[in-house]
Design a protein around this ligand. Structure first.
Ligand code: NI
Ligand code: MN
Length: 226
C-alpha cells in the first residue's frame, strides 16, 4: 500500500488500481500539492464535516463520478449536493472490490459551519481500511480515547494520527495512542498547516522510534510504501 500526503490531513492510500482519498481539503489549504481539479481517486473518505476535512470532497466526487464514504449524516449532506455516497456508521464496515473499510469512533465534532448557521453532520469518525494485505487506521481528528486499544486489536500496519494539539491530540497523547494501538508504523498528521497547530513532528518521531515503532514523517507531496 502506498500512502501519500497531499497536505494537512489529506492523504491518498492506493494499491496501484484503487486510490482512497482521505479528507480532501485542497482549495485554500496552504500545504496542498495538488488542486481539486487534478486529484485522482476511486473513493473519497471525509472523516467529518469541518472544512479542513470535508474540503473539496463534493466537487471531486462529482468530477470523477466516485463515491463518498462517510458517516450517514455527512453522507446525506453530500448526497443532497449531488454526490454518489456510501453511508456507513461507527462500528460498521463494508467489503468492496479493493478491500474493506470500517468506521471507528473519533472524539471530535462534525458540522458544516456556514456564515448563517451550523449544520450538524453526525459524529466524526476514523477509518480502518484493509487493502492489499495491509491494515491502515486513519484516525481523523480525535482526542485520545481508551478504545484505541480495541481498534489496535485489528493488527494495524500503519496508523495516521493527529499530533497538532489544540483541536486534536497533541504529541504526548499521540504517543499514548501509539502505545494503545501498537501499530507497526505511524504517520503524524494535522500539525503544520495553521499557526495554532504548528508542532515539530520530529519530536513525536523521536518518542515513537524509542518505542520501536517506525515513524514516517511525510512532507506534503511525499509518499511511503507499507
Ligand atoms: Ni475537525
Ligand atoms: Mn481538523
Amino acid at each position: 500500500m502506498v500512502i501519500k500526503s497531499l497536505g494537512h490531513a489529506c492523504y491518498t492510500a492506493g494499491d496501484g488500481r484503487s486510490a482512497l482519498l482521505f479528507d480532501p481539503f485542497l482549495e485554500g489549504n496552504p500545504e496542498a500539492v495538488v488542486g481539486p481539479d487534478e486529484v485522482q481517486a476511486t473513493a473519497i473518505l471525509p472523516s467529518h464535516g469541518h472544512s479542513d476535512h470535508l474540503g473539496d470532497a463534493i466537487p471531486i466526487a462529482l468530477r470523477l463520478g466516485v463515491p463518498i464514504i462517510a458517516p450517514y449524516e455527512l453522507a446525506m449532506y453530500c448526497q443532497r449536493h449531488g454526490a454518489q455516497v456510501l453511508p456507513l456508521h461507527i462500528g460498521g464496515g463494508v467489503d468492496l472490490a479493493w478491500g474493506r473499510v470500517k468506521l471507528t469512533d473519533a472524539t471530535h465534532g462534525s458540522a458544516i459551519v456556514g456564515d448563517q448557521m451550523i449544520e450538524y453532520t453526525g459524529p466524526a469518525c476514523g477509518f480502518l481500511v484493509a487493502m492489499s494485505g495491509q491494515t491502515l487506521y486513519f484516525a481523523g481528528d480525535t482526542g485520545l480515547f481508551g478504545d484505541m486499544r480495541l481498534i489496535g486489536e485489528a493488527g494495524i500496519d500503519v496508523a495516521i494520527l493527529p499530533i497538532g494539539d489544540h483541536f486534536t491530540m497533541g504529541i504526548e497523547d499521540a504517543v499514548r495512542a501509539v502505545e494503545f494501538l501498537q501499530p507497526k508504523a505511524v504517520i503524524p498528521t494535522h500539525y503544520s498547516a495553521f499557526e495554532p497547530i504548528r508542532k515539530d513532528p520530529n519530536l513525536f518521531a523521536a518518542r515513537v522510534s524509542a518505542m520501536g515503532v517506525r515513524c514516517v514523517v511525510l512532507s506534503p507531496g511525499e509518499e511511503a510504501t507499507f
